[in-house]
Design a protein around this ligand. Structure first.
Ligand code: FES
Length: 225
């Protein structure tokens, strides 16, 4: 697993983002590089945020972890401050940095709006990411949604907690739509590739048409194809 990255390690990181050519699909926009080298709202002092709501997620695709802390105005339920920290790669750093800007700019998003922030919205502001790096961009907003749930739990507003539960698609192997989503985000763009990662449909072939629909849906959702 990679080490936590801080602005202090900027020089050591530079070699990681020497972009190859656009033709090879390994192009990083100037905005991505700017946020990678100068991450905004990076967590420097966790002790100062001991009372903040916090969400943590890991990526099944690469094993990396992401933590997000939020401060919220209870009267307006706007996010007044957001800090984050990750073991993830440069794309996770850049996309979470951008997500933190979007959540806190213009007086801060309401938590309702923040819950609706999509990876595509973040990528649009970043000027895109290489396709194989799109799964990195979902870590930040997933951790943000977990932090929002934590805030509502701490505030005693449990009716506002939204737990993202997967729908079981393959009842024999207990494979959910989230498992298929993660596989597509990790680059599996055909049934065979999704099956290589999840085994979906190998125990219950009757679910394969639904799996193929989901693969199409997630490809369109994340890759526009
Ligand atoms: S966060 Fe794991 S590869 Fe980007």
């Amino acid at each position: 697993m990679s080490q936590p990255v801080t602005p202090a390690t900027e020089d050591a990181r530079k070699g990681d983002v020497v972009a190859a050519t656009k033709d090879k699909g390994w192009f990083y926009s100037d905005v991505v590089k700017e946020h990678f080298f100068h991450p905004r709202n990076f967590m420097e002092d966790e002790s100062a945020y001991a009372d903040a709501a916090m969400g943590m997620v890991g990526s099944p695709a690469c094993g990396d972890a992401m933590k997000v802390w939020i401060m919220v105005d209870p009267a307006t339920e706007r996010i007044t401050d957001l800090k984050w920290k990750t073991f993830g790669c440069g794309s996770a750093i850049a996309s979470t940095s951008m997500m933190s800007v979007m959540a806190t700019e213009n007086g801060g998003m309401t938590m309702d709006d923040a819950r609706k922030m999509r990876p595509q919205d973040i990528m649009e502001r970043l000027g895109g990411l290489p396709a194989r790096k799109i799964h990195c961009s979902v870590l930040g907003d997933k951790a943000l949604r977990a932090a929002i749930n934590d805030w509502y739990r701490k505030a005693g507003k449990t009716d506002k907690v939204e737990v993202e539960q997967g729908r079981v698609i393959d009842k024999v192997l207990n494979v959910t739509d989230h498992d298929i989503e993660e596989a597509v985000l990790d680059g599996a763009d055909t049934l065979l590739k999704v099956q290589a990662k999840t085994k979906v449909g190998t125990g219950d072939p009757s679910c394969i048409p639904e799996v193929e629909n989901l693969i199409r849906f997630y490809k369109e959702k994340y890759f526009g194809a």
